[in-house]
Design a binder for this molecule. Structure first.
Ligand code: ADP
Ligand code: ZN
Length: 725
């Protein structure tokens, strides 16, 4: 039995009482623990050690886990250095606890079939009502059909009605009206089907430009997987789960689709998990955690927009869905298909010849659509010309032009402007750490600091390069842009989409739908709008300030900028008119902007790989991050230094030169103080992943033993961190 606590990360013995003899591995149960009653997980059955008095299990909270998923949880705990309890909790998913079942009902037959069924007129009436008004609860449906609720129960028992989350769109796309695949799509589908048909394990990276029709590829290979009696899991960025994407899958696969996303209620989630486990749902769409979907016979895991940092979980276990997918697929002899127009460097380099992944490429857009034209505006020139506003003259002209033509405009701002960095608005110089090549972060004490190595210097009043006073601190929010744009175009209908406007359930989709249906002229938004939205009437996309992304104090800043610019540009020109993108920046000479303008992933990749190699960052080096936090600033700092000492000892045991681990820090984390807690961090890097992991684990454990009793210091480990802020 595992109990979720770091201090007691080991199994305990309990007695299984007679009436709970159906208890299975991986079940979540309630047990007495000391004086408390706590939840735990069943991790094995064995005779208790001699002389130990064991207490009984009190109650089963949720059902067991397949042996496959139990093993996965064990692997996860070792791979990401968390407790087995944390990892079990994650794999099982809180949603599998028995909660109230969803009340919404859907017809399980198509409208046309109802007349042929041998059922009573009352039952017929219920079915017809359910077809006309899907998603009612039992009472509502009974009332609407003018029958008693027990009639509804009867047809649920006959499986003509099902409880569900809301998917019962029957598949309407028959073989005849599927689009004809392009030559590139066909080649990709054939390669994948070859693996699927032979039940062979393989990991594929599909590099397909925006609009190359990646979704159609997914649909075709899933159809093949289903033919083989296996299931498909499709991971999407959370935001795509509320968009057209789900609709597309439902239209193709009808009621065999299950959707898992964070907005489901516990009951809805439970119902979906049940359908998946029983094999009723063969296609699972979901965000990151759907990688643990309890499908009985896994055939394929597809990861759409695989470069998305959201695929990494920020809490324990801090797993990356890509790694879990590859592990699961190997165990199940299944296929992994990750796809993106801008693959993560880690993925693309693994797909190089001789690497563990296989590369698939689609270079052209479907229907011979051209890639959108991208123009870069040098904001230093704007300043020289006396324009100190946030919009360039070119962008304003183009917006005016589109508004006149009744076409739509999207303006994009990076909301991750949490760090204040310093840029000279005259010459474009950005102050960076001389050791780590990441932007220095401005602190309120007037210092600029590197939060990797703790280098610091005074914030300059004048630009160290050109001597000008135009030194600026950066950060422009969506609201400011909205206000400004209103000032320029008072008659245009402006809509805004960011974390604030979309906090309420479903509001995101409402904004998108309204804009798509022509209720707005200009949409102002954050990276949310960069993802997977097909908006045919958008012919101009403006990136208000590419620099806020480019100078994030992260070693992946250039990569993220390239990805976002490429994805944002990919939004334009999907309809009948060609699309155009305008990028505003103070450093147009930066390679990530130059290559994004040319849609040139390959050259960006090569240049960025050179930088990473020179500076010893991933994918050449593996990282781990140790974050030390607590309320007492001095003690946190002291603990960080102690851990550094233990790390040095531990790391010195590694004698082979190319396996050695480099320790950076301790340094103040970029977000130094959060909710009264101070944060220091250390970053480890090394060429061998397992050694980095081992040194990290051993040192933290050793320190924890020494520091026993020194409480209120929290040490958190992140293996392969996505952000080092
Ligand atoms: P991507 O995900 O690669 O950016 P999408 O999958 O969104 O591209 O496809 C872009 C559009 O092209 C969609 O509207 C899709 O329906 C359409 N499409 C896909 N394949 C074909 C095809 N073979 N012929 C015509 N249209 C297609
Ligand atoms: Zn540094």
């Amino acid at each position: 039995m595992e109990v979720p606590s770091r201090e007691v990360d080991r199994p305990f013995h309990y007695l299984v009482p007679e009436h709970l003899n159906l208890l299975s591995l991986g079940s979540r149960v309630l047990v007495p623990f000391g004086r408390r009653t706590v939840p735990g997980y069943v991790v094995g059955f064995s005779a208790p050690p001699e002389g130990v008095k064991i207490k009984p299990v009190l109650k089963i909270l949720s059902e067991g886990l397949s042996p496959e998923l139990l093993e996965l949880a064990q692997w996860l705990a070792g791979r990401y250095l968390c407790t087995l309890a944390e990892s079990l909790h994650c794999v099982i998913g809180a949603g599998r606890e028995k909660k109230r079942l969803p009340q919404r009902l859907f017809a399980a037959v198509e409208a046309g079939e109802i007349n042929g069924l041998k059922i009573t007129p009352k039952q017929q009436k219920v079915l017809e009502t359910a077809v006309q008004h899907p998603g009612l609860n039992k009472t509502q449906l009974a009332r609407k059909a003018g029958v008693s609720p027990s009639t509804v129960d009867t047809i649920v028992k006959k499986k003509l009605l099902t409880y569900g989350y809301g998917i019962n769109t029957p598949s309407s796309t028959t073989a005849d009206n599927l689009p004809q695949l392009t030559a590139e799509q066909l080649a990709v589908v054939n390669r994948l089907n070859n693996y699927i048909n032979h039940g062979k394990h393989g990991v594929f990276l599909l590099h397909g430009v925006t609009g190359s029709g990646k979704t159609e590829v997914y649909l075709r290979v899933i159809a093949e997987v289903l033919k083989k009696g296996r299931q498909a899991v499709v991971l999407l960025p959370e935001i795509s789960l509320t968009s057209q994407m789900v609709e597309v899958f439902c239209r193709r696969f009808g009621s065999s689709v299950a959707v898992l996303h964070s907005r489901l209620s516990a009951g809805e989630r439970y119902a979906e998990q049940q359908r998946i486990q029983r094999g009723d749902a063969q296609v699972v769409l979901g965000a990151r955690s759907a990688v643990f979907a309890p499908v009985p016979k896994l055939g394929i895991i597809i990861i759409d927009e695989e470069h998305e940092p959201m695929y990494k979980q920020e809490e324990n276990p801090k797993y990356h869905a890509r790694e879990v997918a590859v592990y699961r697929a190997r165990v199940n002899q299944a296929v992994v298909l990750m796809a993106s127009a801008t693959p993560a460097l880690e993925s693309y380099c693994r797909a190089e010849p001789g690497g563990p992944y296989q590369l698939l490429t689609m270079k052209k857009r479907v229907r011979q659509l051209p890639l959108p034209k991208v123009e870069v505006v040098d904001m230093r020139r704007e300043m020289d010309a006396g324009n100190t506003g946030i919009f360039s003259r070119l962008l304003l002209d183009k917006i005016t032009d589109r508004l006149n033509k009744k076409q739509q405009v999207v303006l994009f701002i990076n909301r991750r402007g949490y760090a204040t960095f310093v840029v000279c608005r005259k010459c474009g110089l950005v102050l960076k750490c001389p050791h780590c090549d990441i932007s220095l972060t401005y602190h309120y004490d007037g210092y600029l600091r590197c939060h990797y190595c703790n280098y610091s210097r005074h914030a300059p009043k004048k630009c160290p390069r050109c001597g000008d006073n135009a030194v600026g601190f950066f950060g422009t929010g969506t609201q400011k842009v909205e206000q400004e744009i209103k000032r320029y175009f008072p008659r245009a209908v402006i809509m805004r989409m960011d974390g604030d406007t979309t906090a309420r359930k479903g509001s995101h989709q409402k904004i998108i739908d309204a804009f798509k249906n022509g209720h707005g002229d200009i949409l102002v938004g954050t990276q949310m709008i960069a993802k997977g939205l097909d908006m045919p009437n958008v012919t101009l996309v403006g990136v208000v300030n590419a620099d806020t992304m480019l100078y994030m104090p992260e070693f992946r800043a250039a990569e993220r900028t390239f990805q976002l610019l490429t994805q944002v540009a990919g939004r334009a020109g999907r309809g009948d008119y060609p699309g155009e993108t305008v990028i505003q920046t103070h450093t147009p000479e930066h390679y990530s902007i130059i290559y994004a303008r040319k849609h040139d992933y390959k050259n960006f990749y090569q240049k960025e790989m050179q930088m990473r190699r020179a500076l010893k960052y991933p994918p050449f080096y593996y990282l781990s991050r140790i974050l030390i936090s607590g309320e007492n600033e001095e003690r946190v700092k002291a603990a960080a230094e102690e851990i550094r000492g233990v790390l040095e000892d531990t790391a010195s045991a590694v004698k082979t030169e190319d396996k050695k681990v480099i320790i950076m820090g301790p340094a103040q984390a970029g977000l130094y103080k959060i909710q009264g807690r101070f944060r220091w961090q250390m970053v480890l890097k090394g060429r061998v992943a397992s050694i980095v992991r081992q040194v990290t684990r051993d040192a933290v454990q050793k320190w924890a033993q020494q520091a026993r009793g020194r409480n209120n210091i929290n040490v958190s480990i992140d293996i392969d961190p996505q952000f080092l802020f």
